[in-house]
Design a binder for this molecule. Structure first.
Ligand SMILES: Cc1ncc(COP(=O)(O)O)c(C=O)c1O
Length: 393
């Protein structure tokens, strides 16, 4: 029997790799998980009651495109957050979390060819891993673009050769970024949108960390596109309740953008998608309409940014994250550092190389570790102090 080759080149996923690296060794102290980006702040208190009120609806098939009430709640949030008015029915698609949306959007929207050639998908390096598997699924050529210190931890797509840009179908961009915590400002987005207009490619803006930031809310791709009067199909944004509302297990997010793109995504989803169960759509509807729980959670992250800044004060190469909940810490070798940290302190972090690809002989994540600030402030302070003592002092 023949099997496909298109996924054969994928490296093992980051977390099994981490288990292989660490689990043959005993931890050197109380086990502290800082490797997985799973929010651990309290979930909003309405989740249980809303599910209970709507439990009978588990007996019904949910609508593929989401309920009108959920579409409206999301449109209301986009309007308040980004001052962009969307048609709730034609421009919004509720998702089972952004991961499936980021994948399926490529299937729905990546053309078979661009100007008669194999399409290119631009991917920041390091990156959230689904972008690469989406490119592989559609038979596109992934082009990994370094997002390291020299480029402000965001990729400089404009520096790519013209022939690459001329074949580009899609550029993924994550802001605030996982893993570095860099925020694309208005100028960055405007530049990227202008580049996309010039070379006629689409931007998939992964903004699932948009509500976790220091002072000012990060600008969104859709609002900048709207202000600059870019074509309506230029940008598709992806948002999630996983990080914003501490509900990673709800599996709820949305995509929004131009009506043609959204119609194509909906058509694919009608055939092959798994819509969110109705009681969970009701929870999502409630969550997008409420900011109090989001502000409370953000305040906890802001406290942890301050803790991290204090613990790593004076550390050469420390990049204070502008958003999101990861630290991207410089080390000689990420795997060696993660192993030493585990064996000497019991803290689990992810080697940066597991989140990046080697391109041009360089893996831009190799000299980093990713540290998730998901525990309580006290646990975070204690763990980061142990980490600094182990790796840097
Ligand atoms: C950058 C980024 N995008 C997307 C996701 C997917 O989130 P979800 O599918 O829970 O919405 C994650 C989750 O860790 C992420 O870090």
């Amino acid at each position: 029997m023949a099997f496909p080759e298109r996924f054969s080149g994928l490296p093992e996923y980051a977390f099994p790799r981490l288990r292989t690296l660490l689990d043959a060794h005993p931890p050197g102290g109380p086990v502290t998980h800082m490797s997985i980006g799973e929010p651990r702040h309290a979930q909003p208190d309405f989740v249980g009651p809303v599910i209970a009120e709507n439990v009978a609806d588990f007996g019904r098939y949910p609508p593929n495109d989401g309920t009108p009430e959920l579409q409206s709640a999301i449109a209301g949030w986009v309007q308040r957050r980004y001052r962009v008015a969307l048609d709730p029915e034609r421009q919004i698609l509720p998702l089972n979390g952004t991961r499936e949306g980021l994948f399926n959007a490529a299937i729905a929207l990546c053309p078979e060819q661009v100007r008669g050639q194999k399409p290119v998908v631009l991917i920041p390096n390091p990156f959230y891993q689904v972008y690469a598997v989406a490119a592989a699924a559609v038979g596109a050529e992934p082009v990994f673009v370094p997002a390291d210190r020299e480029t402000g931890f965001l990729p400089d797509f404009s520096a790519l050769p013209r022939d690459v840009l001329g074949r580009t179908a899609i550029a993924y961009l994550c802001s605030p970024s996982n893993p570095q915590g860099a925020v694309a400002d208005r100028d960055y987005w405007a530049g990227l949108i202008a580049l996309a207009e010039k070379h006629d490619f689409q931007i998939f803006a992964d903004e699932c960390y948009s509500e976790i930031y220091r002072d000012a809310p990060p600008p969104g791709a859709l609002e900048v596109a709207h202000e600059g009067q870019a074509g309506p199909e230029r940008v598709v944004i992806f948002h999630s309740l996983s990080k914003r509302s501490n509900l990673p297990g709800l599996r709820s997010g949305f995509a929004a953008g131009g009506p043609e793109s959204l119609a194509r995504m909906k058509r694919l989803r009608a055939y092959a998608g798994a819509p969110l169960p109705l009681p969970l759509q009701r929870v999502a509807e409630r969550a997008w309409a409420d900011e109090a729980h989001v502000a409370a959670s953000r305040a906890l992250y802001q406290e942890k940014y301050a803790i991290a800044d204090a613990v790593f004060a004076g550390l050469p190469g420390y990049f204070p994250p502008e958003g999101g909940f990861f630290l991207w810490l410089p080390v000689e070798d990420g795997e060696a550092a993660a192993l030493k940290l585990w064996r000497e302190t019991g803290i689990r972090v992810l080697p940066g190389a597991y989140l990046a690809r080697e391109a041009g002989g360089v893996n831009p994540g190799k000299r980093f570790i990713r540290v998730a600030l998901v525990a309580t402030a006290d646990e975070t302070r204690a763990a980061l102090s142990r980490l600094r003592a182990c790796l840097y002092d």
